[in-house]
Design a protein around this ligand. Structure first.
Ligand SMILES: [Mg+2]
Length: 383
């Protein structure tokens, strides 16, 4: 029972002026500082090129992009029950934290600013609420984390924005109290509310509990293409040990976490070979994952804006959005909050990296601590 409000015109980028020079067709607004991957000339642009010559420059560029997207985090060396860490890494991390202070250490500053404002929480899933694990099917969140997220959702409007399919991330989180955006924000389920005409792909639907909801799927026309590419990617990577292809509905992830580093170039070449036939799809890098998604003027930053509007919080100066995420795709959301000077981006990272976020947290356990502190602060300030 789906009632279409309007036509299916997705905000697809078709104007060549909006395409970037790399030929990836990425709108400049979609380019996070580290977000997009390949330097100009390193990508074969369209289906007309029948012959693919993978030169050394291109190959090393892919490898560099894959390595830089997947930083080696601090290695803990256990020795007689004592955890020893590299001093250099510690120093580098401490220096980095001058630029991106801990959201826990800065908690008072954050809550001072939040006083009298309505706080809205946006949370990435993998690497933020759940640890990054070898098998992406097993990225479960802990029970204490689920309890804290549930408490947070009772205090503040809370949404999960993930690269996974919406159904998958709902399966992992399992909390009906939250709002969910899957496929990097290309599949959003939010409360029923009249939306502006800028969102022609917003339709009325029902959630798993039978409640009426707004469903926004700006990439709906890409579904058959994504499905086809998913099958081709499964086929082309089946001989690469450890490679795993995940269908995230409006995007596809090729995980290489369990692939020998010697084969990373092979996996990149395989994915590129498939994408040559799909100029309307593009590739971005995440943490040991290649992401194939539509060339579409949409990202997690726009998803945040859409959700704020859905929640009736977009026109309100007295709203403080907080976005917590660990990946490159989260940079689009950090950027929106920073540029509009309207909220806080918090990067989850145990290794120094450049970001549009304002604050940092080291890992999911610190995220849990931060959420718990927010809940306590809210309860205390309501007394
Ligand atoms: Mg993540």
């Amino acid at each position: 029972m789906v009632d279409r409000k309007s036509n299916d015109c997705a905000p697809v980028l078709t104007d060549p002026a909006q395409m970037n020079k790399s030929g990836l067709g990425i709108h400049s607004s979609l380019c996070s500082p580290q977000g997009v991957v390949f330097s100009p000339g390193h990508f074969l642009t369209g289906p007309r090129k029948k012959t693919v010559a993978f030169d050394d420059v291109r190959t090393s560029s892919w490898l560099d992009a894959m390595k830089s997207s997947s930083p080696t985090h601090r290695k803990l060396v256990k020795d007689s029950g004592t955890e020893l860490v590299s001093t250099d890494a510690d120093v580098a991390y401490r220096n980095w934290m001058h630029k991106y202070p801990s959201a826990l250490a800065s908690f008072e500053q954050i809550t001072n600013y939040a006083k009298g404002k309505r706080l809205a929480l946006f949370l990435d899933y993998d690497g933020t609420l759940s640890p990054i694990v070898d098998n992406p099917e097993c990225a479960f969140m802990s029970k204490p984390m689920r309890a804290v997220v549930r408490d947070a959702a009772k205090c503040f409007p809370t949404a999960i924005i993930s690269g996974r399919s919406r159904d998958k991330v709902y399966e992992f989180v399992g909390l009906a109290e939250l709002h969910y955006a899957g496929s990097h924000g290309m599949d959003i389920m939010g409360p029923v509310r009249p939306m502006s005409n800028d969102h022609p792909n917003c339709i009325r639907s029902t959630d798993k509990q039978g409640n009426e909801v707004n469903l926004f799927q700006p990439a709906s026309e890409f579904l058959p293409m994504i499905d086809e590419v998913f099958r081709s990617l499964v086929e082309i990577t089946k001989e690469i040990e450890g490679a795993k292809v995940e269908n995230n509905k409006f995007c596809v992830s090729v995980h290489y976490r369990n692939v020998d580093e010697k084969l990373w170039t092979t996996i990149a070449e395989s994915v590129h070979r498939i994408l040559i036939g799909y100029p309307r799809l593009r590739l971005t890098h995440g943490r040991k994952v290649l992401e194939v998604r539509p060339v579409l003027d949409w990202n997690k930053g726009k998803a945040v804006e859409f959700l704020l509007e859905s929640l009736g919080l977009s026109d309100c100066d007295e709203v403080l959005p907080i976005y917590v995420g660990d990946d490159r795709t989260d940079e689009d959301a950090f950027k929106v909050l920073r540029e509009r000077n309207r909220g806080y981006g918090i990067l989850v990272s145990s290794a120094p990296k450049e970001s549009h976020a304002l604050y940092s947290l080291r890992d999911p356990s610190e995220v849990m601590e931060f959420l718990k502190a927010l809940v306590d602060w809210k309860k205390f300030s309501s007394l």
